[in-house]
Structures are given as structure tokens and as C-alpha cells.
Design a protein around this ligand. Structure first.
Ligand code: TYM
Length: 325
């Protein structure tokens, strides 16, 4: 199966990104044709520092590989290095209803946040994402729950295009993990864990052991004492249970059983120990890769070359269908 996904080079990669996206990628790359992108053109739609962007891009490439993305199995590249992404995005704009774009949850949230200087890039963001996906005739898009709506819109855009210009794109499906599709903030467990929030609200994929222990011990919990999974009534504890479940490989029910009769402090202590242990390999691999910048840059260069070949062939087809050549 053809697979595409990406992460924005903003902030620090956290365990939400890992469980929603990266962990699935690493599993899927074994039996599928995978393309994993660092979506820098998406990142520039929100305020950012141009001087720091190159470092953030390289950092994300290192994070992908440290988490287990294997460049011998998957194509890894930077979005802006394959210009067909922006080209296809413009063409897809012409079949995308503005009403659909303005209804996107992420757009509405950003529109509120950047009320004073809202740029058109934020509205058109999902069209560029559709271009990313459709350019590679993608069939499956492994993402967290917050991206589901964008993948749905990509399906709508692909169907509209096919109907208007003839069968061109495959209709892609989102692929969400059973548990971990929406990891919540450690500080505000009714909100998703986010790279743009303060560091104590998330566990970075490369956080050092003492930082992990501190952040987990400070995580907001709920009233009462029992360790039960109930996201509505006990969002804090349910989030910690979900994280424990995915990192331990135990079902939520089994985790509940393990902590039956124990207190919140026990759960936190054991969860911190589990995370310290499970993230150890990532920290080590990242440190190794930080010493090999030239190698990582070469991977990205080769990745862009391979992606470009596929992207150019799709663009030929699309332009022919649209009467542009
Ligand atoms: P981004 O950079 O916000 O997030 C990257 C991936 O991490 C997932 N994720 C989460 N999963 C579980 N719990 C969380 N708290 C959590 N926070 C983030 C996201 O769902 C995502 O899978 N628009 C995308 C990037 C993108 C893309 C694409 C993705 C651009 N083009 C094409 C797939 C295909 C984004 O902003 O992801």
C-alpha cells in the first residue's frame, strides 16, 4: 500500500506525535511503500523565526530516524524541496469549496488565536495537505485524531477532481491507532497534547529521565482516588492510563487491574519509570545522529530526489487532465 504522512517542523516532538503518527509509521514501513515528509511549508503559515527553521527541519529528520523510521525502507524528505507540492496545491484550490475550508476545526482555532493578522495560508492549509497526500497516489495516511478532518477534506477534493477531470487520484484513508490517537495535555487534560504549549504539558520524545519524572509527577489528576479509565469523568487519570497502556503493550483493562487499590502516586511513579525506559533508545539514537549531520542531510537530499520523480509524473497527468499541457 502507498502511505504518506508528515509532521510540521515546529516545537519539540512529543509522545503524542509519536503515538499518533511516528509509531504507526515505523510499523507500516515494514510492508508498505512509505513516504514521510517534514512539512516546512505548513509550518510557515503560523508565526515563526526564519533563522531557526533550518535547525528545526534537521531536528525533525533526526527525530524521525531516532524513532525508527528507516531511510532504507521509507522515503524521507523536506516538503519545500519538491516544488510540485505548491504547484498541485494551487490546482486543487480551484476545486476546493471555501465553505469547507472555513469549517475546519484547526482553522477556526487558529483564526481565533491569530485574530489580528490572519493570513490566507491558514485557510488554505488543508489544500496543501491534500496536495501532499494526492501527489503520491497515497492510499493510507497514518495520523492522530486531530488530522482526521483534513484527511476527510482531502478525500472530498480528490473525488471532486476525479469527477470534473476524470479518474486521477486514489481516494486515501486515514489510519488512526486504536489507543493513542489523541494524547491529552499533562496540564490541561481536556485539551490535546500540543507542541506549541508550554513544555510541562508534554513529554518530549527525547526528554531526559529527571525531566520525565518531574513532568509526570506534576501532571494534573482528578478528584477521587480510584484508577479507572473514564475520559469524561477522569480525563487526567485516563490519559495517564492510555499512555501506560500503549508504552507497556497492556490493554487498558489490564493496566486498571495492575493498579487496582493503588494510589495516583503509584501510577505516576511507575508510568515515569516506564517512559524513562522506553524512550532511552530514542535518546541514544538521537545523540548519535546529532553527530552525523552530513549523513542526515544526504538522506533528505536523496529522499527529495526520489519523491520528485513520483511527484513529477503525477503533475504531468494532472496538467494533461486539466488542459494545461
Ligand atoms: P502536526 O505536526 O501537528 O502533528 C504531527 C502528527 O502528530 C499527531 N498528533 C497527535 N497524535 C496524538 N495525540 C496528540 N496529542 C497529537 N498531536 C499531534 C498529528 O495527528 C499528526 O499525525 N497537518 C499536519 C501535518 C501534515 C500532514 C500532511 C500529515 C501536513 N501534510 C499530509 C499527514 C499527511 C500537522 O499539522 O501535524
Amino acid at each position: 500500500m502507498k502511505i504518506f504522512s508528515g509532521i510540521q517542523p515546529t516545537g519539540q516532538i512529543h509522545i503524542g506525535n509519536y503515538l499518533g503518527a511516528l509509531k504507526q509509521w515505523v510499523e507500516l514501513q515494514e510492508k508498505n511503500e512509505c513516504i514521510f515528509c517534514i512539512v516546512d511549508l505548513h509550518a510557515i503559515a503560523s508565526p515563526y523565526d526564519p533563522k531557526k527553521l533550518q535547525d528545526l527541519i534537521l531536528e525533525k529528520a533526526i527525530a524521525y530516524m531516532a524513532a525508527g523510521v528507516d531511510p532504507a525502507k521509507s522515503i524521507v524528505f523536506v516538503q519545500s524541496e519538491v516544488k510540485e507540492h505548491t504547484e498541485l496545491a494551487w490546482l486543487l484550490n480551484t476545486v476546493t469549496p471555501v465553505g469547507d475550508l472555513s469549517r475546519m476545526t484547526q482553522y477556526k482555532e487558529k483564526a481565533k488565536k491569530f485574530e489580528k493578522n490572519l493570513n490566507a495560508g491558514l485557510l488554505n492549509y488543508p489544500v496543501l495537505m491534500a496536495a501532499d497526500i494526492l501527489l503520491y497516489k497515497t492510499e493510507m495516511v497514518p495520523v492522530g485524531e486531530d488530522q482526521l478532518q483534513h484527511v476527510e477534506l482531502t478525500r472530498t477534493i480528490a473525488k471532486k477532481f476525479n469527477l470534473r477531470f476524470g479518474e486521477t487520484f486514489k481516494i486515501p484513508e486515514a489510519h488512526l491507532p486504536k489507543i493513542g490517537a489523541k494524547i491529552m495535555s499533562l496540564q490541561k487534560p481536556e485539551k490535546k497534547m500540543s507542541k506549541s504549549d508550554s513544555p510541562e504539558s508534554f513529554i518530549g520524545l527525547f526528554d531526559e529521565p529527571e525531566i520525565i519524572r518531574e513532568k509526570i509527577s506534576r501532571a494534573v489528576t482528578d478528584a477521587g482516588k480510584s484508577i479507572k479509565y473514564n475520559p469524561k469523568l477522569k480525563p487526567g487519570i485516563s490519559n495517564l492510563l492510555a499512555i501506560y497502556s500503549v508504552f507497556s503493550g497492556l490493554q487498558i483493562k489490564e493496566v486498571e487491574k495492575k493498579f487496582h487499590g493503588k494510589g495516583y502516586a503509584d501510577l505516576k511513579k511507575q508510568l515515569a519509570a516506564l517512559l524513562v525506559l522506553k524512550l532511552e533508545t530514542f535518546r541514544r539514537k538521537r545523540k548519535e545522529l546529532l553527530q552525523r549531520e552530513v549523513y542526515v542531510k544526504e538522506i533528505l537530499k536523496q529522499g527529495a530526489k526520489r519523491a520528485e520523480v513520483i511527484a513529477q509524473s503525477t503533475m504531468q497527468d494532472v496538467k494533461k487532465k486539466m488542459g494545461l499541457i
